[in-house]
Every structure is written in C-alpha cells, then in structure tokens.
Design a protein around this ligand. Structure first.
Ligand SMILES: Cc1ncc(COP(=O)(O)O)c(C=O)c1O
Length: 424
C-alpha cells in the first residue's frame, strides 16, 4: 500500500529504547548529542521573534523565490562572509531539508544518483529516498585532517549521477572543503554536466582560526552549476522559524535554465511563510548575539576536548568547523554496545560513528553545542570509561565490525528515528 520512499518498518534501535527506559525511570541523562540550539542554555533576547508580528505580513504577496527584501538580506550575509551573491540568484526555502527536496526535484529523475560524502549527515538517507533518488557514497579520508578521496568519487560516478553533495564544514567530521578540492571536484562535474550542492549551514562556525576564509565556496563558481545552502537554523540558532536559502551559481546560461525550472517548483509549493520573510533582515541582524554565543561555546568545548583527550587513550580528530567533534576510542566492544553501555552505566548519551557511516569502528560523535559543564562531565565519563576499561585488562582491540552488521544497525536506527534525532 505504501511507497518505497519510506522505510517498510519503524523499529526503535537499542539506543533509543535505552534512552526511553532511562527517561521513564526519571534517571538523569548527560546529553552529548544535543543539536537543538534553543535547548542549549543560550541567551536569546526575549523579544528576538517580535519581528514575526510585523503588520506588513498581513498582506500576502506570493513570490516563488521569496520577497526581495529578504533575499537582499541573505545576499548581505554572503557579503559578510566576503562573497558577492546577487539577490536574483537567491531562493528562500523553509529549511535546508526543503532546499534539498527542491534541488533533487530539479536535478534528478527517480532512480538517478546523487553522490553523498561518507561519513556525513545521516538525514541524507531519508532526504534522497523521499525524492526517489539513490545516494551512492564517496569517501572522506583522515590523514591528520579530512580530505576528499577523489578515487572514490571517480568510482562512484555513473551516467546516472546528477549531483555531488558537499557539506562544508561537514557534520560530523568538521572539515571544510579546500579551494583545491573544490576546483578538482568542479572540473570533474563540469565536463559531465553534474551539479554541485554545497551545504554550508555551519560555515560561520570555525574551530580552527582562518579555516572558513580559506575554504572553497561554490557561490563564486562560474564553471559548474552549483547551489550553496544556508539557513537561520544554524546561522543564528533559530531552527524553529523555518527559513533557509539556496544561492545558485555557475555558467550564466545554466543558472538561467535552473532558475526557470526552480521557479516552477517553488511556485507549486510556496512553502516559506510571509512573516518570516518580512522578519528575515531583522532576525539575521539581531541574531548575531546568538551566533556569537554558539561560536564561543563550540570553540571552548572543542579546545577542552582536544586537550583532555590528548592525555587519554581516546583521540579527538582534528575539526576545522561546525558543531561536532569526533572521538576515536579504543575498539574494546562493538560501537552499539559501547553507546548503550555508556548510557546505561554512565548516563551519557553519545552518537556512535556508524550513524554517520564511518568506515570502521570505534568512533563517538559528540555535540560541541552542549552546555560547558555538562560537556565536561560527559566527556570525563567517556575518558574514564576507556582508561579504566583498558587498565582493567579488557580484551585487545576487536577487528572492525562487518559491513553488513553495521548496515543492519543503521537501518534499524533509521527506522527508529535516530538520524532525525541528529537533525534539529
Ligand atoms: C549538515 C546539515 N545540514 C542541514 C541541517 C539542518 O538544517 P535545517 O534545520 O535548515 O533543515 C543539519 C542539522 O543538523 C545539518 O547537520
């Protein structure tokens, strides 16, 4: 009866079940997966959302790409980041997820392929499946910092490839795409008529000074059809107001053809509310204080984690930006047992690497958005867990888990909603 775009079953995964049980018993949880900024003990100006009540929004003026003042405000955001983007090439959306759905409709027929980075944002599984497109992965490799494995891109390209997704900085690896990498990817895509979609929602949050400015940005490309994605959800910590955007770039004729088609798609849905468009400029301007708090929080937590883990058996992988950190931990038990055990024994909730398709075990992903005291407490539990387990004579490292076992757990994680829990 139901389409294959949605999973056939919705089984909860072990981690979600353990979390429900713990909460039902009233036991405390140190949540190191927190990615909802509105629950992260930040100081939001109480009247921040007052612009949503602007009486100008009482008039409905349906514009497929959004009201021009709001699009100009987004263009100023790019200007702030040192980029020149015309408001004519900006399309407002209800969220980044909405932007993905619009772009997949624009670029791909059912059964076509959109290449996705691995490891990366778990929601890509659903975002692509819901548009009936396939999502073969290409790899990011770690050699002291993360880089695109171009051989894996070459291998993944087929005559059904319609776009390559880039997340910069990536969730969870924290890696920005470099200018050289983007040049190389653009050359590969341009000759094959493949578009680049770059999710830049975390672009304002650099963990390594200078990394954002030196990253490759698609909005200035003229050689390949490209789409940059951003939104209020991360840039000013307001996921609930639902405003995202797409900035189109590339050869003029291709951009024109893409905008004609996008106009039809956007006009069909008109999904962005008028109050948020009227308020956009003010929200972007007044949200600066929230952005500053988030930047301070993620930077402080990252530096603390890097220094503490340096003296332990866990390794904090180098991150250049974003809201997440990756801890490589000793493989003394399967990742799933590890995260469930950490929750049951220590009350610490983390995400296992397999949620993000890490190529092998064992990794934990922690959110740097967590309030500092809770972050330190939770990380201290993790580090103690390993240093004690290893010292207690736990068995030597297990071999990497078999791919099929990992896939099965990820599938049940999808059914149980775990990737959604990583998306707020
Ligand atoms: C890489 C990435 N893109 C997009 C989003 C969500 O953005 P939005 O709330 O605008 O849909 C997230 C949320 O965590 C994310 O990690």
């Amino acid at each position: 009866m139901f389409s294959g775009r949605v999973p056939p079953h919705f089984k909860r995964n072990r981690l979600s079940e353990a979390l429900d049980a713990r909460r039902a018993e009233g036991q405390p949880v140190i949540d190191l997966t927190l990615s909802n900024p509105t629950r992260a003990e930040l100081d939001y100006p109480p009247d921040l959302l007052a612009p949503l009540a602007d009486p100008r929004a009482l008039t409905y003026d349906p514009q497929p790409f959004g009201l021009v003042d709001a699009r100009r405000a987004v263009a100023r955001e790019y200007e702030r980041q040192g980029l020149d983007v015309s408001p004519d090439r900006i399309i407002l959306t209800a969220s980044t997820s909405d932007a993905y759905a619009l772009l997949f409709k624009l670029l791909a027929n059912p059964g076509d392929e959109i290449l996705v980075p691995r490891p990366s944002y778990p929601l890509f599984d659903h975002l692509t499946a819901l548009e009936a497109v396939n999502a073969p992965p290409y790899d990011l490799e770690y050699h002291g910092s993360w880089a695109i494995d171009f051989a894996s891109v070459e291998r993944a390209l087929t005559d059904r490839t319609r776009a390559v997704l880039v997340v910069s900085p990536n969730n969870p690896t924290g890696s920005f795409i470099t200018r050289d990498e983007l040049d190389r990817l653009a050359a590969m895509c341009a000759v094959r008529d493949i578009a680049i979609v770059a999710d830049e929602v975390f672009a304002d949050y650099e963990l390594e000074p200078g990394s954002a400015r030196s990253a490759g940005r698609v909005s200035s490309r003229r050689d390949v059809l490209s789409f940059a994605l951003g939104g209020l959800s991360k840039s000013v910590g307001l996921p609930q107001v639902k405003l995202g955007w797409i900035a189109a770039a590339g050869p003029d004729s291709l951009v024109g053809a893409a905008l004609d088609r996008l106009e039809l798609i956007c006009d069909t849905y008109l999904s962005v509310s008028t109050p948020v468009q009227v308020a956009a400029a003010t929200l972007l301007y007044r949200g600066v204080s929230v952005r500053a708090q988030i930047a301070e929080r993620v930077g402080t937590n990252y530096r603390w984690l890097a220094s503490k883990s340096a003296a332990s058996s866990c390794t904090c992988r180098r991150a250049e930006g974003g809201w997440y950190a990756v801890l490589q931990v000793p493989s003394i038990e399967p990742e799933e047992d590890l995260v469930v055990g950490l929750l049951i024994k220590d009350g610490v909730l983390t995400h296992p690497g397999y949620f993000f398709d890490f190529p092998h075990e064992s990794f934990l992903v922690v959110s740097l958005l967590t309030p500092e005291a809770a972050f330190r407490d939770g990380v201290a539990h993790i580090l103690r867990h390993f240093d004690c387990s290893v010292a207690d004579g736990a068995p030597a490292a297990t071999p990497p888990a078999q791919a099929h076992a990992r896939d099965a757990r990820k599938a049940s994680a999808s059914g149980g909603g775990a990737p959604r829990e990583t998306k707020e």
